[in-house]
Design a protein. Sequence first.
Length: 134
Amino acid sequence: FMTERRKDAEILTEKVDELLKLRDDSTRSISIEINRLLEERRKMIEPFQKKIEELKDEYLDKYLKDSSDNPVRVGDVIAKNSVKYKVLDRYQQKFFSYLGNPRVEVKKYNKYGELKGVIISLYSEDLKNYTKVY
């Protein structure tokens, strides 16, 4: 009984593999065309995406500034009262339209120079109390 089940499983495997190969062979040209069209679409969209990112960055640079009026960007380290924070992200919320609440997300360095704790959101007004260290 066990050998019959095993033999039937092998037959099932062969039949399924054969059908999958036929399916793939018969749709290969369509798959190639779809991939070509997706690549063409990606190339067409790229300049628009780049311009959108530039506009977002200009906005964030204008409103996310430290106490010395320097733009605060991802990767920067900012400090307040000798406590340092690493900027992990910055963005502007959008819900149908942009909401006008740009922020950075930061994490605090511990005394050993390791990023620890929770991620904190700092808004434009908050950042005025911080200074960009590097």
